[in-house]
Design a protein around this ligand. Structure first.
Ligand code: SF4
Length: 249
């Protein structure tokens, strides 16, 4: 797919390379991904070293004292629900999976706090298995790019996966997340700086931004852009994708 080919030039590497959460084991990634709901990966990375040291195995987490666990994850927000899910997650892994993280999505989504998005993150980032994690950025960008007409994450996952070989699913999702944060920002997409602007059906239609030269050719090849460029661009961005967090303004 041309979109993935171009985004791979801008954001190279595997799903694991592009993931911003810090972890050593699938269990740690699972815990970190559950914690990343409604906060930034940077915030999660601040609390996980102490959390992983205190609860190194699923059984340790299953037997955690709720108040102590809540205190360790408080700064990530929604700490009561997250603590409840993490204790349930530890118990599920200990009791049903011999303290290992399962690889099948159907099994992952039975674990407390784990939905398809988190399950696909675990598959692609921890296990290098096919898995397209559909978050708000992936939903928005796949619609803007005309890859789907749906706003249902399950349908989007299904439709977009048919366009790519399975090995590319995970990396593509993480590249879309990066592009959604750095260039195709929700309220002011920087179409003028976007390397997809010569074929994106939404280019220069979503917000008043300027056109600039792109790797695909000179400026203004198909649509005309207005006068002022958006501020978000790949030059000022990191090359690893946050998995969740608040939508940028
Ligand atoms: S051309 Fe504009 S609308 Fe299309 S993906 Fe790029 S930034 Fe988003």
């Amino acid at each position: 797919m041309e979109t993935d080919r171009r985004l791979s030039e801008l954001y190279p590497g595997s799903a694991r390379d592009l993931c911003e959460l810090r972890f050593d084991t699938p269990f740690q990634l699972l815990v970190a991904t559950v914690l990343s709901a409604q906060t930034t990966d940077e915030r999660v990375n601040m609390v996980t070293p102490a959390l992983f040291a205190r609860y190194p195995e699923p059984a340790d987490l299953a037997e955690a004292q709720t108040e102590e666990l809540e205190g360790l994850i408080h700064s990530t927000g929604f700490f009561r629900a997250k603590a409840r899910n993490l204790i349930g997650l530890g118990a599920a892994l200990r009791d049903r999976y011999d303290s290992e993280v399962p690889k099948d999505l159907d099994e992952l989504v039975t674990i407390p706090g784990v939905g398809r998005k988190t399950g696909n993150v675990i598959r692609s980032v921890a296990f290098d298995l096919p898995g397209l994690a559909v978050d708000t950025h992936v939903t928005r960008l796949t619609r803007l790019l005309g890859l789907t007409g749906s706003d249902d994450p399950v349908k989007i996952e299904s439709e977009v996966c048919t366009l790519l070989r399975p090995a590319a699913w995970g990396g593509f999702g993480l590249r879309l997340i990066l592009h959604g944060r750095r260039v195709c920002v929700a309220r002011r997409p920087s179409c003028g700086e976007c390397l997809l602007n010569d074929f994106c059906p939404s280019a220069f239609r979503a917000a008043p931004v300027a056109r600039a030269a792109t790797p695909s050719g000179p400026a203004g090849s198909r649509r005309r852009g207005p006068a002022k460029a958006g501020s978000d661009g790949p030059g000022g961005a990191g090359r690893r994708a946050r998995l969740s967090g608040p939508e940028p303004g």
